[in-house]
Design a protein around this ligand. Structure first.
Ligand code: GUN
Length: 309
């Protein structure tokens, strides 16, 4: 079997076109552009790339974006004050504090300080609680993006056994809630799970969100499964790359390592997954692109709900 590759690019572009259309409607009918404020503290390299893409995309879709970049030594109190100022500003519809934060800052307190109506990441306990009760809420972007990939690729969810590897607050737990809402039978596995391969290889839908390059191998995958790879890891060793990529891709990957010093890989071994799965999301070019698209969708949604339109 050679898996169908589920391109995140086309689906993300489609969602972004829909959001741009909605923004045009808000400007014409209601005379405002949704505004997203992004807060970044310090110099984490990956965060800089993610935030850059969030700010750029929101502008491309006709929204207003603000990038508040604070120095790494900023105190907890100062970040808290910025969040409160953004809460109080009527023109700001969405607030996103990029994680991870430097260690002097209490992440939990910052996330709890965001007005839940402006919480476009869906990390505030109010939104987490609403999601778990199936109430309308702002939903974390990455798992929401996974649902969009499945639906827009016509992959049935109801009644399927969905296995998630990873139990983070950002992906694993909200992913379980969303799949449950779609009537899947859901299992969450994690680092302490016994018989991980046995459980995973039972899944019609397997979601890998562990943060370990190429962790999911043939033994974890049921023949004909849909495999969703949420991982983004960098690999700089040619030897490891050779274990992960088949003839179709290895040359390109080795060239990338030579040129940039690393190549981006997911939590799934694509060489093995392509031979067993029916559907597979690529890395890069898969779920990651959806995260940004769903953030844009959440920002418009937050603007509408908060303004009662
Ligand atoms: N860091 C890694 N992923 C995310 C995300 O989805 N939102 C925020 N705010 N920070 C992140």
């Amino acid at each position: 079997m050679t898996a169908r590759i589920l391109s995140g690019k086309e689906i993300a572009e489609q969602i972004k076109r829909e959001v741009a259309e909605e923004v045009r409607g808000l400007v014409e009918k209601h005379g405002f552009r949704p505004c997203l404020a992004v807060v970044r503290v310090g110099e984490d390299a990956a965060s800089a790339v993610y935030v850059g893409s969030k700010v750029k995309t929101s502008e491309e879709l006709g929204m207003i974006s603000e990038h508040h970049h604070l120095p790494a030594e900023t105190s907890h109190k100062e970040v808290l004050k910025l969040v409160k100022d953004l809460n109080n500003r009527d023109d700001v519809d969405g607030i996103l504090v990029q994680l991870p934060l430097p260690e002097q800052i209490d992440e939990r307190e910052i996330l709890e300080a965001i007005n839940p109506q402006k919480d476009v990441d869906g990390f505030h306990p109010i939104n987490v609680g609403k999601l778990s009760q199936g109430q309308k809420s702002l939903v974390p972007c990455t798992p929401a993006g996974v649902i969009e990939i499945l639906k827009r690729s016509n992959i049935p969810i109801a009644g399927e056994h969905a296995v998630i590897i990873g139990r983070s607050n950002i992906v694993g737990k909200p992913m379980a809630q969303l799949l449950l809402q779609e009537n899947a039978t859901v299992t969450i596995c994690h680092s302490r799970t016994k018989n991980l391969a046995e459980i995973a290889s039972n899944a019609g839908i397997l979601v890998a969100a562990i943060g370990r390059a190429g962790f999911v191998r043939a033994e974890h995958i049921k023949t004909g499964a849909t495999v969703i790879d949420v991982g983004i890891n960098s690999v700089s060793s040619a030897e490891i790359a050779k274990e992960l990529f088949g003839e179709d891709e290895i040359e390109k990957r080795l060239n990338t390592i030579i040129k940039r010093g690393f190549t981006l890989v997911g939590d799934v071994n694509p060489k093995e997954a392509k031979e067993k799965a029916a559907n597979l999301t690529p890395v890069p070019g898969g779920v990651g692109l959806l995260t940004v698209a769903m953030l844009m969708k959440n920002t418009v949604e937050a603007a509408r709900r908060r303004r009662g339109i």
